[in-house]
Design a protein around this ligand. Structure first.
Ligand SMILES: NC(=O)c1ccc[n+]([C@@H]2O[C@H](COP(=O)([O-])OP(=O)(O)OC[C@H]3O[C@@H](n4cnc5c(N)ncnc54)[C@H](O)[C@@H]3O)[C@@H](O)[C@H]2O)c1
Length: 521
Protein backbone atom coordinates (compact mmCIF):
# COMPACT_ATOMS: atom_id res chain seq x y z
CA UNK A 1 0.00 0.00 0.00
CA UNK A 2 1.59 3.26 -1.16
CA UNK A 3 -0.34 5.59 1.16
CA UNK A 4 -0.67 4.31 4.70
CA UNK A 5 -2.52 6.65 7.01
CA UNK A 6 -1.79 4.36 9.95
CA UNK A 7 1.77 5.65 9.86
CA UNK A 8 1.79 8.45 12.45
CA UNK A 9 4.80 10.31 10.99
CA UNK A 10 8.13 9.78 9.27
CA UNK A 11 11.07 11.87 10.40
CA UNK A 12 14.83 11.30 10.58
CA UNK A 13 15.07 10.83 14.33
CA UNK A 14 12.27 11.38 16.85
CA UNK A 15 14.89 11.63 19.61
CA UNK A 16 15.71 15.11 18.31
CA UNK A 17 12.32 16.36 19.52
CA UNK A 18 13.56 17.91 22.76
CA UNK A 19 16.18 19.98 20.95
CA UNK A 20 13.57 21.03 18.42
CA UNK A 21 11.16 22.05 21.17
CA UNK A 22 13.79 24.28 22.81
CA UNK A 23 14.42 26.06 19.50
CA UNK A 24 10.70 26.41 18.82
CA UNK A 25 10.35 28.18 22.16
CA UNK A 26 13.16 30.58 21.23
CA UNK A 27 11.59 31.21 17.81
CA UNK A 28 8.23 32.08 19.38
CA UNK A 29 9.77 35.20 20.91
CA UNK A 30 10.89 36.30 17.46
CA UNK A 31 7.52 35.58 15.85
CA UNK A 32 5.22 38.17 17.41
CA UNK A 33 2.74 38.13 14.54
CA UNK A 34 1.96 34.45 14.93
CA UNK A 35 1.83 34.70 18.71
CA UNK A 36 -0.57 37.65 18.44
CA UNK A 37 -2.85 35.58 16.21
CA UNK A 38 -2.82 32.81 18.81
CA UNK A 39 -3.81 35.34 21.48
CA UNK A 40 -6.51 36.86 19.28
CA UNK A 41 -8.06 33.70 17.81
CA UNK A 42 -6.97 30.90 20.17
CA UNK A 43 -10.31 30.86 21.99
CA UNK A 44 -12.60 31.37 18.96
CA UNK A 45 -10.81 28.67 16.92
CA UNK A 46 -11.73 29.96 13.44
CA UNK A 47 -10.02 26.95 11.81
CA UNK A 48 -12.04 24.38 13.79
CA UNK A 49 -12.91 21.45 11.57
CA UNK A 50 -10.42 22.31 8.83
CA UNK A 51 -8.04 19.63 7.61
CA UNK A 52 -4.92 21.49 6.49
CA UNK A 53 -2.04 20.05 4.47
CA UNK A 54 1.17 22.01 4.47
CA UNK A 55 3.87 21.58 1.86
CA UNK A 56 6.43 24.08 3.07
CA UNK A 57 10.03 23.79 4.35
CA UNK A 58 9.81 21.90 7.68
CA UNK A 59 11.92 24.31 9.73
CA UNK A 60 11.73 25.65 13.26
CA UNK A 61 9.83 28.70 12.00
CA UNK A 62 7.36 26.48 10.16
CA UNK A 63 6.87 24.55 13.40
CA UNK A 64 5.60 27.77 14.98
CA UNK A 65 3.21 28.23 12.03
CA UNK A 66 1.97 24.63 12.34
CA UNK A 67 1.31 25.00 16.06
CA UNK A 68 -0.51 28.28 15.41
CA UNK A 69 -2.81 26.55 12.90
CA UNK A 70 -3.42 23.77 15.42
CA UNK A 71 -4.16 26.28 18.20
CA UNK A 72 -6.69 27.93 15.88
CA UNK A 73 -8.49 24.60 15.61
CA UNK A 74 -7.07 22.91 12.50
CA UNK A 75 -6.18 19.26 11.96
CA UNK A 76 -2.76 19.53 10.28
CA UNK A 77 -0.48 17.22 8.26
CA UNK A 78 2.83 18.42 6.87
CA UNK A 79 5.64 17.73 4.42
CA UNK A 80 8.56 19.81 3.21
CA UNK A 81 8.65 21.48 -0.20
CA UNK A 82 12.31 20.71 -0.80
CA UNK A 83 14.37 17.56 -0.31
CA UNK A 84 17.09 19.38 1.63
CA UNK A 85 15.23 22.01 3.63
CA UNK A 86 13.91 20.05 6.61
CA UNK A 87 15.46 20.74 9.98
CA UNK A 88 15.25 17.28 11.48
CA UNK A 89 14.89 18.51 15.05
CA UNK A 90 11.96 20.72 14.03
CA UNK A 91 10.25 17.80 12.27
CA UNK A 92 10.84 15.59 15.33
CA UNK A 93 9.36 18.14 17.73
CA UNK A 94 6.26 18.52 15.58
CA UNK A 95 5.85 14.76 15.22
CA UNK A 96 6.27 14.33 18.98
CA UNK A 97 3.55 16.93 19.52
CA UNK A 98 1.17 14.68 17.59
CA UNK A 99 1.12 16.34 14.17
CA UNK A 100 1.72 13.83 11.36
CA UNK A 101 4.81 15.14 9.57
CA UNK A 102 6.57 13.40 6.70
CA UNK A 103 9.89 15.14 6.15
CA UNK A 104 13.60 14.67 6.67
CA UNK A 105 16.71 16.34 5.36
CA UNK A 106 18.06 14.55 2.33
CA UNK A 107 14.96 12.84 0.95
CA UNK A 108 15.25 11.19 -2.44
CA UNK A 109 12.85 12.60 -5.02
CA UNK A 110 10.78 9.40 -4.79
CA UNK A 111 10.55 9.87 -1.02
CA UNK A 112 9.74 13.54 -1.46
CA UNK A 113 6.66 12.84 -3.57
CA UNK A 114 5.59 10.04 -1.26
CA UNK A 115 5.82 12.49 1.65
CA UNK A 116 3.66 14.95 -0.30
CA UNK A 117 1.04 12.26 -0.98
CA UNK A 118 1.11 11.22 2.70
CA UNK A 119 0.61 14.80 3.85
CA UNK A 120 -2.37 15.06 1.48
CA UNK A 121 -4.02 11.94 2.94
CA UNK A 122 -5.98 12.16 6.18
CA UNK A 123 -7.26 9.07 7.97
CA UNK A 124 -11.00 8.77 8.39
CA UNK A 125 -12.11 9.68 11.88
CA UNK A 126 -14.32 6.62 12.32
CA UNK A 127 -11.96 4.12 10.83
CA UNK A 128 -11.12 3.15 7.33
CA UNK A 129 -14.56 1.88 6.45
CA UNK A 130 -16.49 4.35 8.58
CA UNK A 131 -19.41 6.29 7.26
CA UNK A 132 -17.45 9.53 7.26
CA UNK A 133 -14.88 8.02 4.93
CA UNK A 134 -15.93 9.87 1.83
CA UNK A 135 -14.42 7.63 -0.78
CA UNK A 136 -14.89 4.20 0.73
CA UNK A 137 -17.78 3.54 -1.65
CA UNK A 138 -15.48 4.22 -4.57
CA UNK A 139 -12.58 2.19 -3.36
CA UNK A 140 -12.00 -0.68 -5.70
CA UNK A 141 -8.36 -1.62 -5.43
CA UNK A 142 -7.54 -0.31 -2.01
CA UNK A 143 -9.31 -2.86 0.14
CA UNK A 144 -8.94 -1.03 3.43
CA UNK A 145 -9.62 2.40 2.02
CA UNK A 146 -6.64 4.02 3.68
CA UNK A 147 -5.99 7.69 3.13
CA UNK A 148 -9.48 8.44 2.03
CA UNK A 149 -9.80 12.01 3.11
CA UNK A 150 -8.06 14.87 1.45
CA UNK A 151 -7.40 18.28 3.00
CA UNK A 152 -9.86 21.18 3.07
CA UNK A 153 -7.05 23.70 2.82
CA UNK A 154 -3.47 23.72 1.59
CA UNK A 155 -0.52 25.83 2.62
CA UNK A 156 1.71 25.48 -0.42
CA UNK A 157 5.20 26.76 -1.17
CA UNK A 158 6.11 26.41 -4.82
CA UNK A 159 2.88 24.68 -5.77
CA UNK A 160 3.89 21.01 -5.55
CA UNK A 161 0.87 19.91 -3.46
CA UNK A 162 -1.45 21.88 -5.76
CA UNK A 163 0.22 20.33 -8.79
CA UNK A 164 -0.14 16.76 -7.51
CA UNK A 165 -3.86 17.25 -6.90
CA UNK A 166 -4.51 18.87 -10.29
CA UNK A 167 -2.45 16.37 -12.28
CA UNK A 168 -3.86 13.49 -10.28
CA UNK A 169 -7.44 14.55 -10.94
CA UNK A 170 -6.74 14.99 -14.65
CA UNK A 171 -5.33 11.45 -14.74
CA UNK A 172 -8.45 10.07 -13.08
CA UNK A 173 -10.44 11.46 -16.02
CA UNK A 174 -7.92 10.42 -18.65
CA UNK A 175 -5.07 8.15 -17.58
CA UNK A 176 -3.19 8.86 -20.79
CA UNK A 177 -2.26 12.29 -19.38
CA UNK A 178 0.40 10.35 -17.48
CA UNK A 179 1.86 8.90 -20.67
CA UNK A 180 3.95 11.93 -21.54
CA UNK A 181 7.61 11.56 -22.39
CA UNK A 182 9.74 13.93 -20.40
CA UNK A 183 13.43 14.64 -20.14
CA UNK A 184 13.03 15.76 -16.52
CA UNK A 185 14.01 13.17 -13.94
CA UNK A 186 11.67 14.70 -11.35
CA UNK A 187 8.71 14.84 -13.72
CA UNK A 188 9.10 11.10 -14.39
CA UNK A 189 8.92 10.49 -10.65
CA UNK A 190 5.78 12.61 -10.33
CA UNK A 191 4.15 10.61 -13.14
CA UNK A 192 5.15 7.32 -11.49
CA UNK A 193 3.77 8.53 -8.15
CA UNK A 194 0.45 9.41 -9.74
CA UNK A 195 0.26 6.07 -11.60
CA UNK A 196 0.74 4.20 -8.32
CA UNK A 197 -1.93 6.25 -6.56
CA UNK A 198 -4.34 5.92 -9.49
CA UNK A 199 -4.13 2.14 -9.24
CA UNK A 200 -4.77 2.11 -5.48
CA UNK A 201 -7.26 4.95 -5.15
CA UNK A 202 -8.85 5.70 -8.51
CA UNK A 203 -11.01 8.58 -7.22
CA UNK A 204 -8.70 10.03 -4.60
CA UNK A 205 -8.14 13.40 -6.27
CA UNK A 206 -11.75 13.91 -7.33
CA UNK A 207 -12.81 13.32 -3.74
CA UNK A 208 -10.05 15.62 -2.53
CA UNK A 209 -11.07 18.50 -4.81
CA UNK A 210 -14.71 18.06 -3.79
CA UNK A 211 -13.85 19.04 -0.21
CA UNK A 212 -11.01 21.46 -0.93
CA UNK A 213 -11.74 25.08 -0.01
CA UNK A 214 -8.53 26.59 -1.28
CA UNK A 215 -4.78 27.04 -1.20
CA UNK A 216 -2.60 29.83 0.11
CA UNK A 217 0.66 30.04 -1.83
CA UNK A 218 3.88 31.24 -0.25
CA UNK A 219 6.32 31.99 -3.04
CA UNK A 220 6.79 33.87 -6.31
CA UNK A 221 7.29 30.73 -8.39
CA UNK A 222 4.21 29.02 -6.92
CA UNK A 223 2.15 32.15 -7.54
CA UNK A 224 3.32 32.22 -11.18
CA UNK A 225 2.10 28.66 -11.51
CA UNK A 226 -1.31 29.58 -10.06
CA UNK A 227 -1.84 32.49 -12.45
CA UNK A 228 -0.78 30.27 -15.39
CA UNK A 229 -3.27 27.60 -14.30
CA UNK A 230 -5.98 30.24 -14.01
CA UNK A 231 -5.14 31.62 -17.49
CA UNK A 232 -5.42 28.13 -18.97
CA UNK A 233 -8.72 27.55 -17.17
CA UNK A 234 -7.23 24.66 -15.20
CA UNK A 235 -7.39 26.04 -11.67
CA UNK A 236 -9.94 24.07 -9.65
CA UNK A 237 -9.84 25.87 -6.31
CA UNK A 238 -9.64 29.42 -4.95
CA UNK A 239 -6.10 30.52 -4.16
CA UNK A 240 -4.63 33.29 -2.08
CA UNK A 241 -1.37 34.75 -3.31
CA UNK A 242 0.43 35.31 -0.02
CA UNK A 243 3.70 36.14 -1.74
CA UNK A 244 2.43 39.48 -2.99
CA UNK A 245 1.36 40.74 0.38
CA UNK A 246 3.82 43.57 0.88
CA UNK A 247 4.74 42.15 4.28
CA UNK A 248 5.77 38.93 2.54
CA UNK A 249 7.65 39.62 -0.70
CA UNK A 250 9.15 42.95 0.36
CA UNK A 251 10.36 41.40 3.61
CA UNK A 252 10.97 37.63 3.37
CA UNK A 253 12.26 37.65 -0.21
CA UNK A 254 14.38 40.76 0.34
CA UNK A 255 15.49 40.97 3.98
CA UNK A 256 15.29 37.23 4.53
CA UNK A 257 17.61 36.44 1.62
CA UNK A 258 19.83 39.35 2.64
CA UNK A 259 20.72 37.31 5.74
CA UNK A 260 20.23 33.70 4.73
CA UNK A 261 22.16 33.70 1.44
CA UNK A 262 25.43 34.45 3.19
CA UNK A 263 24.53 31.92 5.89
CA UNK A 264 24.15 29.20 3.24
CA UNK A 265 27.36 30.05 1.38
CA UNK A 266 29.40 30.30 4.56
CA UNK A 267 28.13 27.11 6.21
CA UNK A 268 28.82 25.29 2.96
CA UNK A 269 32.21 26.68 2.04
CA UNK A 270 33.62 28.92 4.81
CA UNK A 271 34.79 31.12 1.96
CA UNK A 272 35.70 34.78 2.47
CA UNK A 273 33.21 36.88 0.56
CA UNK A 274 35.10 40.17 0.90
CA UNK A 275 37.14 40.89 -2.20
CA UNK A 276 35.35 38.29 -4.30
CA UNK A 277 33.31 39.02 -7.40
CA UNK A 278 29.73 37.82 -6.87
CA UNK A 279 27.42 37.49 -9.87
CA UNK A 280 23.76 37.80 -8.84
CA UNK A 281 21.43 36.68 -11.64
CA UNK A 282 18.10 38.48 -11.33
CA UNK A 283 17.41 41.70 -9.45
CA UNK A 284 13.85 41.18 -8.23
CA UNK A 285 13.04 41.06 -4.52
CA UNK A 286 15.34 38.11 -3.81
CA UNK A 287 18.11 39.41 -6.08
CA UNK A 288 18.04 42.82 -4.38
CA UNK A 289 18.50 41.18 -0.97
CA UNK A 290 21.29 38.94 -2.27
CA UNK A 291 23.17 41.75 -4.02
CA UNK A 292 23.00 43.99 -0.95
CA UNK A 293 24.13 41.16 1.28
CA UNK A 294 27.19 40.35 -0.80
CA UNK A 295 28.07 44.05 -1.14
CA UNK A 296 27.86 44.47 2.63
CA UNK A 297 30.52 41.78 3.03
CA UNK A 298 32.88 43.69 0.73
CA UNK A 299 32.28 41.76 -2.47
CA UNK A 300 32.17 43.42 -5.88
CA UNK A 301 28.71 42.58 -7.19
CA UNK A 302 27.71 42.07 -10.81
CA UNK A 303 23.99 41.81 -11.61
CA UNK A 304 22.35 40.21 -14.64
CA UNK A 305 18.79 41.15 -15.59
CA UNK A 306 16.33 40.93 -18.47
CA UNK A 307 13.99 43.66 -17.22
CA UNK A 308 15.16 47.21 -17.99
CA UNK A 309 13.52 48.60 -14.85
CA UNK A 310 15.30 46.14 -12.56
CA UNK A 311 18.55 46.58 -14.51
CA UNK A 312 18.32 50.34 -14.04
CA UNK A 313 17.55 49.90 -10.34
CA UNK A 314 20.68 47.76 -9.98
CA UNK A 315 22.79 50.34 -11.78
CA UNK A 316 21.40 53.12 -9.55
CA UNK A 317 22.48 51.10 -6.51
CA UNK A 318 26.01 51.03 -7.88
CA UNK A 319 26.07 47.46 -9.19
CA UNK A 320 27.60 46.58 -12.55
CA UNK A 321 25.00 45.10 -14.86
CA UNK A 322 26.10 42.78 -17.65
CA UNK A 323 25.32 39.37 -19.12
CA UNK A 324 26.39 36.10 -17.53
CA UNK A 325 28.67 35.52 -20.53
CA UNK A 326 30.48 38.81 -19.93
CA UNK A 327 30.79 38.12 -16.21
CA UNK A 328 32.41 34.67 -16.61
CA UNK A 329 36.04 35.85 -16.67
CA UNK A 330 35.50 37.77 -13.42
CA UNK A 331 33.02 35.89 -11.25
CA UNK A 332 34.04 33.88 -8.18
CA UNK A 333 30.57 33.23 -6.76
CA UNK A 334 27.34 32.89 -8.78
CA UNK A 335 23.86 33.14 -7.27
CA UNK A 336 20.71 32.59 -9.34
CA UNK A 337 17.60 34.36 -8.04
CA UNK A 338 15.32 34.53 -11.09
CA UNK A 339 12.65 31.84 -10.71
CA UNK A 340 13.47 31.18 -14.37
CA UNK A 341 15.23 28.22 -16.00
CA UNK A 342 18.64 27.71 -17.65
CA UNK A 343 20.21 30.82 -16.14
CA UNK A 344 23.58 29.12 -15.63
CA UNK A 345 24.16 26.68 -18.48
CA UNK A 346 26.68 23.88 -18.76
CA UNK A 347 28.58 26.05 -21.24
CA UNK A 348 28.76 28.84 -18.65
CA UNK A 349 30.09 26.44 -16.03
CA UNK A 350 32.80 25.22 -18.38
CA UNK A 351 34.05 28.79 -18.77
CA UNK A 352 33.97 29.80 -15.11
CA UNK A 353 37.11 30.54 -13.20
CA UNK A 354 38.66 27.61 -11.37
CA UNK A 355 37.14 27.08 -7.87
CA UNK A 356 34.05 29.19 -8.59
CA UNK A 357 31.11 28.64 -6.25
CA UNK A 358 27.71 28.25 -7.94
CA UNK A 359 24.43 28.30 -6.09
CA UNK A 360 20.74 29.04 -6.51
CA UNK A 361 18.33 30.73 -4.11
CA UNK A 362 15.30 30.61 -6.45
CA UNK A 363 12.60 28.06 -5.76
CA UNK A 364 13.54 25.30 -8.23
CA UNK A 365 16.85 23.73 -9.19
CA UNK A 366 16.46 24.27 -12.95
CA UNK A 367 18.02 27.75 -12.78
CA UNK A 368 21.34 25.90 -13.02
CA UNK A 369 21.54 23.18 -15.68
CA UNK A 370 22.14 20.42 -13.16
CA UNK A 371 20.81 17.59 -15.35
CA UNK A 372 23.26 18.50 -18.12
CA UNK A 373 26.12 18.93 -15.68
CA UNK A 374 25.47 15.52 -14.15
CA UNK A 375 25.26 13.89 -17.58
CA UNK A 376 28.34 15.51 -19.13
CA UNK A 377 30.87 12.73 -19.92
CA UNK A 378 33.95 14.81 -19.20
CA UNK A 379 32.75 16.03 -15.81
CA UNK A 380 33.43 14.22 -12.56
CA UNK A 381 31.60 14.85 -9.32
CA UNK A 382 33.39 14.71 -6.02
CA UNK A 383 31.27 15.00 -2.90
CA UNK A 384 32.90 17.18 -0.26
CA UNK A 385 30.17 16.92 2.37
CA UNK A 386 26.37 16.83 2.33
CA UNK A 387 25.06 19.51 -0.07
CA UNK A 388 28.53 20.51 -1.27
CA UNK A 389 29.92 18.95 -4.44
CA UNK A 390 32.97 19.68 -6.53
CA UNK A 391 32.65 19.19 -10.29
CA UNK A 392 35.88 18.67 -12.16
CA UNK A 393 35.96 19.52 -15.85
CA UNK A 394 38.50 18.38 -18.38
CA UNK A 395 39.88 15.38 -20.22
CA UNK A 396 41.54 14.03 -17.10
CA UNK A 397 38.65 14.75 -14.82
CA UNK A 398 38.08 11.09 -13.98
CA UNK A 399 41.70 10.40 -13.28
CA UNK A 400 41.96 13.50 -11.16
CA UNK A 401 38.86 12.89 -9.12
CA UNK A 402 40.75 11.63 -6.08
CA UNK A 403 41.69 13.56 -3.01
CA UNK A 404 44.17 15.66 -4.97
CA UNK A 405 41.83 16.49 -7.80
CA UNK A 406 42.78 19.66 -9.55
CA UNK A 407 46.35 19.68 -8.30
CA UNK A 408 49.37 19.03 -10.48
CA UNK A 409 51.02 16.63 -8.06
CA UNK A 410 49.54 13.59 -9.73
CA UNK A 411 49.04 11.92 -6.36
CA UNK A 412 45.82 9.93 -6.33
CA UNK A 413 45.84 10.11 -10.11
CA UNK A 414 45.63 6.57 -11.44
CA UNK A 415 43.64 6.71 -14.67
CA UNK A 416 44.94 6.16 -18.19
CA UNK A 417 44.85 9.82 -19.05
CA UNK A 418 46.76 10.86 -15.98
CA UNK A 419 49.75 12.94 -16.96
CA UNK A 420 50.38 14.63 -13.65
CA UNK A 421 49.71 17.97 -15.26
CA UNK A 422 47.21 20.44 -13.92
CA UNK A 423 44.66 20.21 -16.64
CA UNK A 424 41.32 20.24 -14.90
CA UNK A 425 39.19 23.08 -13.71
CA UNK A 426 36.72 22.74 -10.85
CA UNK A 427 33.63 24.46 -9.58
CA UNK A 428 31.59 23.91 -6.45
CA UNK A 429 27.83 23.48 -6.57
CA UNK A 430 25.88 23.98 -3.37
CA UNK A 431 22.75 21.99 -2.44
CA UNK A 432 22.74 20.31 -5.86
CA UNK A 433 21.39 23.56 -7.32
CA UNK A 434 18.44 23.72 -4.92
CA UNK A 435 17.79 26.75 -2.75
CA UNK A 436 21.06 27.31 -0.94
CA UNK A 437 19.74 29.16 2.08
CA UNK A 438 17.54 26.20 3.05
CA UNK A 439 19.77 23.42 1.69
CA UNK A 440 23.02 24.59 3.26
CA UNK A 441 21.65 26.66 6.16
CA UNK A 442 18.33 26.94 7.95
CA UNK A 443 16.40 29.42 5.83
CA UNK A 444 15.38 32.89 6.93
CA UNK A 445 15.42 34.03 10.55
CA UNK A 446 12.25 33.73 12.62
CA UNK A 447 11.34 37.42 12.70
CA UNK A 448 10.94 37.79 8.96
CA UNK A 449 9.15 34.43 8.70
CA UNK A 450 6.68 35.68 11.30
CA UNK A 451 5.55 38.25 8.73
CA UNK A 452 5.17 35.63 6.00
CA UNK A 453 3.41 33.13 8.22
CA UNK A 454 1.06 35.66 9.79
CA UNK A 455 -0.10 36.30 6.21
CA UNK A 456 -0.39 32.55 5.67
CA UNK A 457 -2.53 32.11 8.77
CA UNK A 458 -4.81 35.02 7.83
CA UNK A 459 -5.14 33.57 4.33
CA UNK A 460 -6.15 30.19 5.76
CA UNK A 461 -8.80 31.87 7.92
CA UNK A 462 -10.09 33.77 4.85
CA UNK A 463 -10.36 30.58 2.81
CA UNK A 464 -12.02 28.58 5.58
CA UNK A 465 -14.49 31.20 6.75
CA UNK A 466 -15.53 32.47 3.29
CA UNK A 467 -16.66 30.42 0.32
CA UNK A 468 -14.54 32.14 -2.33
CA UNK A 469 -15.21 31.49 -6.03
CA UNK A 470 -12.28 29.96 -7.94
CA UNK A 471 -9.76 32.71 -8.62
CA UNK A 472 -6.40 33.96 -7.37
CA UNK A 473 -6.76 36.57 -4.61
CA UNK A 474 -4.52 38.71 -2.46
CA UNK A 475 -5.15 39.61 1.15
CA UNK A 476 -6.68 43.05 1.63
CA UNK A 477 -4.29 45.90 2.37
CA UNK A 478 -5.79 46.36 5.84
CA UNK A 479 -4.53 42.90 6.76
CA UNK A 480 -1.13 43.59 5.20
CA UNK A 481 -0.81 46.71 7.35
CA UNK A 482 -2.02 44.73 10.35
CA UNK A 483 0.73 42.16 9.83
CA UNK A 484 3.33 44.93 9.86
CA UNK A 485 1.71 46.57 12.88
CA UNK A 486 1.97 43.33 14.86
CA UNK A 487 5.75 43.38 14.42
CA UNK A 488 6.47 46.97 15.43
CA UNK A 489 6.52 46.69 19.21
CA UNK A 490 9.08 43.89 19.11
CA UNK A 491 11.51 46.30 17.44
CA UNK A 492 10.64 49.31 19.59
CA UNK A 493 9.13 51.16 16.63
CA UNK A 494 7.01 54.19 17.54
CA UNK A 495 4.51 55.00 14.84
CA UNK A 496 3.32 58.54 14.11
CA UNK A 497 -0.48 58.91 14.25
CA UNK A 498 -2.21 60.87 11.52
CA UNK A 499 -4.31 63.80 12.65
CA UNK A 500 -7.82 63.97 11.19
CA UNK A 501 -6.77 67.02 9.18
CA UNK A 502 -3.72 65.22 7.78
CA UNK A 503 -5.78 62.14 6.97
CA UNK A 504 -8.35 64.26 5.15
CA UNK A 505 -5.61 66.16 3.31
CA UNK A 506 -4.03 63.01 1.84
CA UNK A 507 -7.40 61.31 1.48
CA UNK A 508 -7.04 58.29 3.76
CA UNK A 509 -8.64 57.11 6.97
CA UNK A 510 -6.55 57.79 10.11
CA UNK A 511 -6.63 54.01 10.70
CA UNK A 512 -5.54 53.06 7.20
CA UNK A 513 -5.16 51.69 4.66
CA UNK A 514 -2.55 54.36 4.03
CA UNK A 515 -1.68 53.63 0.42
CA UNK A 516 -3.59 53.05 -2.80
CA UNK A 517 -3.57 49.54 -4.32
CA UNK A 518 -1.19 50.71 -7.06
CA UNK A 519 1.46 51.95 -4.60
CA UNK A 520 4.61 49.81 -4.95
CA UNK A 521 6.57 50.37 -1.71
N1 LIG B 1 15.19 30.89 -1.08
C1 LIG B 1 14.27 31.64 -0.52
O1 LIG B 1 14.23 31.76 0.69
C2 LIG B 1 13.27 32.35 -1.37
C3 LIG B 1 12.46 33.34 -0.79
C4 LIG B 1 11.55 33.99 -1.60
C5 LIG B 1 11.44 33.66 -2.94
N2 LIG B 1 12.22 32.67 -3.45
C6 LIG B 1 12.19 32.30 -4.88
O2 LIG B 1 13.18 33.11 -5.51
C7 LIG B 1 12.84 33.32 -6.88
C8 LIG B 1 12.81 34.82 -7.17
O3 LIG B 1 11.79 35.43 -6.41
P1 LIG B 1 11.54 37.01 -6.47
O4 LIG B 1 10.43 37.26 -5.53
O5 LIG B 1 12.80 37.74 -6.36
O6 LIG B 1 10.99 37.14 -7.98
P2 LIG B 1 11.01 38.46 -8.87
O7 LIG B 1 10.09 38.20 -9.99
O8 LIG B 1 10.82 39.65 -8.00
O9 LIG B 1 12.52 38.51 -9.40
C9 LIG B 1 13.06 37.67 -10.38
C10 LIG B 1 13.89 38.56 -11.29
O10 LIG B 1 14.61 37.73 -12.20
C11 LIG B 1 14.63 38.40 -13.45
N3 LIG B 1 14.90 37.42 -14.50
C12 LIG B 1 14.06 36.54 -15.12
N4 LIG B 1 14.71 35.84 -16.06
C13 LIG B 1 16.00 36.27 -16.04
C14 LIG B 1 17.15 35.92 -16.79
N5 LIG B 1 17.11 35.02 -17.77
N6 LIG B 1 18.31 36.56 -16.49
C15 LIG B 1 18.37 37.51 -15.53
N7 LIG B 1 17.30 37.88 -14.79
C16 LIG B 1 16.13 37.26 -15.06
C17 LIG B 1 13.26 39.05 -13.56
O11 LIG B 1 13.25 40.13 -14.48
C18 LIG B 1 13.03 39.52 -12.12
O12 LIG B 1 13.45 40.85 -11.92
C19 LIG B 1 11.50 32.62 -7.06
O13 LIG B 1 11.73 31.31 -7.53
C20 LIG B 1 10.95 32.57 -5.66
O14 LIG B 1 9.97 31.58 -5.54
C21 LIG B 1 13.14 32.04 -2.70
Amino acid sequence: MYIDTDLPYKVADIALAEWGRKEIEIAQHEMPGLMALRAKYGAAKPLEGARITGSLHMTIQTAVLIETLVELGADVRWCSCNIFSTQDHAAAAIAAAGVPVFAWKGESLEEYWWCTAMALSFPCANGKNGADCMCSANETNNANGAGCKGPNLIVDDGGDATLLIHKGRAAEIDASTLDVTTGSHEEKIILDTLRTILKEEPRKWHDTVAELRGVSEETTTGVHRLYQMKERGELLIPAINVNDSVTKSKFDNLYGCRESLADGIKRATDTMIAGKVVVVCGYGDVGKGCARSMKSYGARVIVTEIDPICALQAAMEGFEVMTVEDALPEGNIYVTTTGNRDIITLEHMRLMRDQSIVCNIGHFDNEIQMDRLEAAPDVTKLNIKPQVDKYIFGANANANAGANAGTDTGAGCTGAGCTGEKNSRSIFILAEGRLVNLGCATGHPSFVMSNSFTNQTLAQIELWTKQLPVDVYRLPKELDEEVARLHLANLGVRLTKLTDEQAAYIGVSPDGPYKAEHYRY
